[in-house]
Design a protein around this ligand. Structure first.
Ligand SMILES: NC(=O)c1ccc[n+]([C@@H]2O[C@H](COP(=O)([O-])OP(=O)(O)OC[C@H]3O[C@@H](n4cnc5c(N)ncnc54)[C@H](O)[C@@H]3O)[C@@H](O)[C@H]2O)c1
Length: 474
């Protein structure tokens, strides 16, 4: 199953893979309850070695009962299963029905070094242990929706997000076995279209182009796309391009036949760390950006950081502003990481926030850090300023108001923002309209410290206007 919105996340894997530690960390990250079935068994039925003394069948029956209770519970949790749980066919069926199943992989030597000892009845004899490892491998592979080595991988798997250099060429393996219509940005289609078409093979039934960039997010192009599509309700729309393409094609998927599944294949840094994650889709109206849209989480988001190699510098800068924003929110210097890891970590951060608040009713507002000022600058400049530059300036203002001098210097160093020409009164009026205002005071996302965002901060207008004015040249 593709994502864990409203479903459990179940961790499977051999003894000593680290499922319990990883499960506890993932549960904390997703703010869900954590169930460790081995521990639950010991609490309800006594020590596992004693159950094994009665017979492995007895243990497996108890394990199924405990796992069933956890998997059938309606409150989505993170569940770590014992190493042999997947040998029980009924338990595998429960996993398919109720969970995103994540394989925590471990090599056999590490596993043996960690697992041997009196508490694990099946880790007493090394030859038997190695044999079991080989026997169970195909069961793990067959049951897993994704693999994980760390907590970021688990969160990504929970969101149906896969990050891998070269992933576009492996789409055949990474997308569900469905009939696919490929919708691509006209420019990106020329670069990555052929490889994606080859990877999808016979599943691809049609290809469609949207205008390059923001022009795609309008009723005209999306209307044409609706008319061209020939997918049934069981089809899959795959959107290849930047945030504009995934916003527009995602919206087409949300509305075509009252909603079909879609996959996001983001090719810009903005798309890979932000726009393609979390299920917000939108079109622009003449009255403003993103005024029509839907929450429609993609069944898969396949991120290939290799696609960033052809990205123009201006677009890379736009993405870097979002990366710095994410690092500040996470409290980690993510912008210093090599690109594929930076993308993976930023994507995991956004996936975590959006899984905790899929409908943007609360915490998800933190992702607006710096954006209230950015939108004001864009409006005040008649949209002459690039979004990435506006976000860089917006971060500066938010950090100054947060009193975080060191982080102000970081933003200056990494993003090198410089004040932009804009109409001060129009920018101020736009900031007031930016839906975050209440009782005459402007509500902003600030940081108490890196990693500790505070949404909904109310500040006197004079302070906010002073910081906005500092971002405007002349
Ligand atoms: N839904 C969300 O949660 C969300 C979040 C952030 C931004 N957005 C939206 O995303 C849009 C901006 O997205 P964007 O910054 O990705 O820009 P974009 O989609 O407009 O693409 C920018 C340009 O890069 C080109 N391009 C894309 N990938 C390329 C590649 N690999 N190599 C060469 N060229 C490539 C495109 O042809 C286009 O000209 C905005 O409309 C914004 O509203 C949505």
């Amino acid at each position: 199953m593709a994502n864990a919105l409203g479903r459990h996340v179940a961790l499977i894997g051999f003894m000593g893979a680290g499922k319990s530690a990883l499960g506890a960390a993932a549960a904390e990250r997703l703010r869900r309850a954590f169930v460790d079935t081995d521990r639950a068994i010991e609490e309800s039925h006594g020590p596992i070695p004693e159950l094994f003394e009665v017979g492995e069948d007895r243990f497996r029956a108890v394990e199924l009962e405990v796992a069933r209770a956890a998997l059938e519970s309606s409150e989505p949790a993170v569940i770590a299963l014992g190493g042999g749980a997947v040998t029980t066919p009924a338990l595998r069926a429960l996993l398919r029905e109720h969970a995103v199943t994540v394989l925590v992989d471990v090599d056999v030597d590490t596993s043996w070094a960690r697992a041997q000892g009196p508490g694990r009845p099946l880790a007493q004899d090394e030859a038997r242990f190695r044999q079991l490892y080989e026997e169970r491998r195909p069961l793990y592979e067959g049951s897993a929706d994704a693999r994980a080595e760390d907590v970021e991988d688990v969160v990504l798997a929970a969101g149906g997000v896969h990050v891998e250099v070269g992933a576009l060429e492996r789409l055949g393996d990474l997308l569900p076995e469905r009939t696919v219509a490929l919708v691509a940005d006209a420019h990106v289609a020329g670069i990555y279209g052929p490889a994606v078409q080859v990877a999808l093979g016979h599943r691809l039934v049609s290809t469609h182009e949207l205008p390059q960039g923001e022009e795609a997010k309008a009723l005209g192009p999306v209307g044409r796309l609706w008319s061209e599509l020939r997918l049934g309700r069981d089809g899959l729309l795959a959107a290849l391009g930047g945030g504009a393409t995934t916003d527009a094609a995602g919206f087409a998927a949300a509305t075509y036949l009252r909603g079909i599944d879609w996959a996001a294949l983001p090719t810009t840094l903005v798309g890979q760390v932000d726009a393609a994650i979390g299920g917000k889709t939108a079109l622009d109206l003449p009255e403003g950006k993103n005024l029509v849209g839907a929450f429609h989480w993609p069944v898969r988001t396949v991120i290939d950081p290799g696609a960033l190699e052809t990205l123009p510098e201006r677009e890379r800068r736009a993405g870097l502003s979002e990366v710095v924003k994410t690092g500040l929110l996470a409290g980690e210097r993510l912008w210093e990481l090599p690109v594929p890891e930076l993308v993976r970590r930023c994507a995991a951060f956004k996936t975590g926030v959006c899984l905790r608040d899929p409908r943007e009713l609360g915490e998800r507002a933190i992702l607006n850090l710096g954006h209230t000022f950015a939108h004001a600058l864009e409006a005040g400049s008649g949209h002459a300023v690039a979004h990435g530059d506006a976000v860089a300036l917006g971060l500066l203002a938010a950090l100054r108001l947060s009193g975080l001098d060191e982080e102000v210097r970081t933003v200056e160093e990494i993003l090198r923002p410089s004040p932009v020409p804009a109409d001060r009164d129009r920018a101020w009026a736009a900031l007031g309209r930016d839906k975050k205002q209440r009782r005459g005071k402007t509500r902003l996302v600030l940081l108490d410290a890196p990693g500790r965002p505070r949404p909904g901060v109310e500040l006197p207008d004079d302070d906010v206007r002073r910081e906005l004015d500092r971002l405007i040249a002349g």
